[in-house]
Design a protein around this ligand. Structure first.
Ligand code: GDP
Length: 535
């Protein structure tokens, strides 16, 4: 599209050096520690431990909301930019707590690749599985960092098998560990055919790499005779049986390069970063309603993937985060908000560096900027350069909530306030609200992806809208949209604990307490068609 025009050379270079990725993991696998180490290499922060001062007085750069401070966890996702080795890196931060939210999923919509951190003593865990599923939805490359090798780990082959069977992606180890825990000696780099030795307690950034043939008897001195025997055997097995490295499969999200290391002791982090940056892509083209848009297009385009309310309590502000998909953004430029059909100027465009938020003068495809939102943006909206033929990016899917509660206001005189508060918070995409047929908006069912969102909702309704509410947990776990709306709802055969509800667009849905009931409903209503995501 756009007659194949592309940006001028310098701008092209800027885009070409960008790498925008998210780090995903189950809580405690080491995402924060790895992020810290990566930022250190970029010189973005002077001191480890300042990404998220979970247990210290320091608060993370991404901890804006009061509730986050109180709990010492990160509820929302932000982005950190730093330069390393000629690359401009944007790390999208995703909440690490198990009460993560839809924001986590949406953030993955803005990434071009993902790094999946796995605890070597645990393997694939529940939240890894969920986040991985979203990566697969987008077919983005997923790189695996198997962390905590300085602790007793599961068998390395078992870990690979776990990833392959649990997640359904092929794996290709780029390096291979030599022992684990107290016996951890380092890794063997399969590409360079080098042993990178681990020295406990050193925490050195510079690693000691010894280029050596596995048949060389000098290996005995390096890692011990028994370890050498095992390593030689395992590498032979890998060379014969594991998937060969294939960049195309990696880029298509079908093959995950695997790295072993230890973020805490800083072992294997930099070699991983170097290899990762080489293998991952610069900003990818994106689909729009009028075809694919190239990141190198001369026109600025972006989409909103996250809206954050009240980052500054004194101002009651709302901030929209957008991912730039093509071209170059310049401060003060005129843009066009496609969904609202309005020309506008983006006010207070900001970019997050590791520590600070600063006003951006220019930003490129691959970057994330945040702008002041006077309440006009919605998740998934497209912004493009004024003057170009408007386009719209494919929307961000609605992810199925997994926790439900009935929400009532305590003071019925504040009806208007209550409806305003709940609908605004729903618009921002922090919660989803549903109605029971025949009931008004004074009592709604709230659905969330992570249970912490209930606390956030209560806190915000109290603080921002001055309303007291009552939340009553409901036993539902699964939600399905009814695809064939013409179906006669009153004739549906459902188990007594299945509930019919409506979303705000008037679509009908079913709430189930367990998977068995979904199967039951499908088996007993031949004409019923259900879908897992909303329209
Ligand atoms: P997150 O919840 O995934 O962000 O995990 P954190 O980075 O906060 O790490 C959870 C815990 O594991 C912390 O106590 C870390 O110090 C520890 N940890 C992280 N990486 C390693 C590692 O490589 N080795 C060991 N032994 N501990 C680690």
């Amino acid at each position: 599209m756009f007659g194949g025009a592309i940006l001028a050379g310098n701008n092209q270079k800027e885009i070409d050096k960008r790498r925008t990725f998210a780090i995903i993991s189950h809580p405690d696998a080491g995402k924060t520690t790895l992020t810290e180490k990566l930022l250190l290499y970029g010189g973005a922060i002077a001191l480890a431990g300042s990404v998220k001062g979970k247990k210290t007085a320091k608060h993370a750069v991404s901890d804006w909301m009061e509730i986050e401070k109180q709990r010492g966890i990160s509820v929302t996702s932000s982005v950190m930019q730093f330069q390393y080795d000629g690359y401009c890196i944007n790390i999208l931060d995703t909440p690490g707590h198990q009460d993560f939210s839809e924001d986590t999923y949406r953030t993955l919509m803005a990434a071009d690749s993902a790094v999946m951190v796995i605890d070597a003593s645990k393997g694939v865990e529940a939240q890894t599985r969920k986040l991985f599923k979203v990566c697969m939805l987008r077919h983005i490359p997923v790189f695996t960092f198997i962390n905590k090798m300085d602790r007793e780990a599961k068998d390395s082959f078992d870990l690979l098998a776990d990833i392959e069977t649990e997640l359904g992606i092929e794996t290709c180890p780029i390096n291979w560990p030599i022992g684990s825990g107290k016996e951890f000696k380092g890794v063997y780099d399969r590409i360079r055919k080098e042993i990178i030795s681990f020295t406990p307690g050193s925490g050195q950034r510079e690693v000691e790499a010894t280029s050596i043939d596995l048949a060389d008897a000098g290996l005995d001195a390096l890692i011990g005779a028994d370890k050498r025997g095992k390593l030689v055997e395992e590498i032979e097995l890998l060379d014969g049986a594991s998937h060969e490295f294939d960049m195309e499969l990696v880029r298509a999200g079908q093959l995950s390069p695997v790295f072993f290391g230890s973020a805490l002791t800083n072992f294997g982090v930099e070699p991983f970063l170097k290899e990762f940056l080489r293998m991952t892509t610069s900003p990818l083209p994106r689909e729009t309603d009028s075809g694919t848009i190239d990141p190198f297009s001369p026109y600025f385009t972006a989409f909103v993937f996250k809206i954050q309310a009240n980052m500054n309590k004194a101002h009651r502000d709302r901030v929209a985060f957008m991912r730039i998909c093509s071209g170059k953004f310049e401060k003060g430029m005129d843009v066009y908000h496609v969904q609202e059909n309005k020309r506008m100027r983006l006010s207070q465009p900001q970019q997050l560096m590791a520590q600070d938020r600063s006003i951006v003068d220019e930003a490129y495809a691959g970057d994330i900027i945040s702008v002041f939102d006077p309440g006009v943006f919605s998740i998934g909206d497209t912004i493009c350069e004024a003057g170009m033929e408007p386009i719209a990016f494919q929307g961000i899917p609605t992810f199925a909530p997994e926790h439900f509660a009935r929400l009532r206001q305590v003071d019925t005189l504040k009806r208007k306030q209550f409806i305003k508060g709940t609908t605004q918070i729903a618009q921002e995409g922090a919660i989803q609200i549903f109605q029971e047929p025949g009931k008004g908006m004074e009592e709604v069912i709230v659905g969330v992806v992570g249970v912490l969102q209930f606390d956030v909702l209560e806190h915000r309704l109290n603080n921002e809208y001055n309303i007291d509410i009552r939340l009553e947990g409901l036993p539902y776990q699964y939600i399905r949209w009814i695809e064939n709306e013409e179906i006669d709802l009153s004739s549906l055969q459902l188990t007594s604990d299945t509930k019919i509800i409506q979303d705000l667009k008037g679509n009908h849905l079913l709430l189930f307490t367990n998977e068995w009931n979904i199967t039951w409903a499908v088996d007993h209503n031949k004409e019923l068609r259900l879908s897992e995501s909303g329209r």
